[in-house]
Design a protein around this ligand. Structure first.
Ligand code: 5GP
Ligand code: MG
Length: 180
């Protein structure tokens, strides 16, 4: 069973929390006070985005609106190269400052697709925030404004990242061993 496969801790829960705090501080200091919407990309962004929102100063967090879009491109540990979007935005982002949050950016296909969909809705600005960035895998030139950690080309699980639905609840990020 995939549950019992060996997994090596890549980034500990403590390292994640202190980096998320740094990102929250940076985002808050860039915050202009204009109406802003945080958009998470399901499912992977959820734990990261909730921690990020909790670590923002209350004065900033209390003025934000947040919502999610759903994007799927992976089957197992392989990118299908085809991004499927469902769960459209339920909030207005016209003339708002938008921060798009995802757990990991790999080829950039997901972020590029989501950014294209959001831009049509005419926000004032769009910035992006990802916890993990596999820079060497990039195929699409997407802007990453806030980056938690740059990682190598490894398939990781935990802290929102899954392998066929499992391991999202880990508090740390681990390298998923694909050998049995
Ligand atoms: P991209 O579209 O940039 O190639 O990939 C982004 C999406 O692929 C992420 O939102 C995530 O769902 C998934 N993904 C990319 N790399 C990994 C990985 O190492 N582990 C897991 N669990 N998902 C990944
Ligand atoms: Mg995802």
């Amino acid at each position: 069973m995939s549950h019992s496969r060996p997994q090596k801790v890549l980034i500990s829960a403590e390292e994640i929390q202190s980096r998320v705090q740094e990102l929250a501080t940076q985002i808050a200091s860039d915050f202009t006070g204009a109406p802003a919407v945080v958009v998470g990309i399901l499912n992977g962004a959820a734990p990261f985005m909730m921690d990020l929102l909790r670590l923002l100063p209350a004065s900033v967090a209390s003025t934000l609106v947040y919502d999610f879009v759903d994007a799927t491109s992976y089957r197992g540990s392989e990118s299908t190269g085809e991004v499927q979007l469902s769960h459209p935005l339920g909030v207005n982002i016209a003339e708002q400052e938008v921060l798009v949050v995802d757990g990991i950016v790999d080829t950039g296909a997901t972020l590029q697709t989501v950014l294209a969909v959001l831009k049509v809705k005419r926000p004032t600005s769009i910035r992006t925030c990802v916890l993990l960035d596999k820079v060497s895998r990039r195929k699409f030139d997407v802007p990453v404004d806030y980056r938690g950690f740059e990682i190598e080309d490894l398939f990781v699980v935990g802290y929102g990242m899954d392998f066929d639905g499992q391991f999202r609840g880990l508090r740390h990020v681990a390298v998923h061993s694909l050998s049995t």
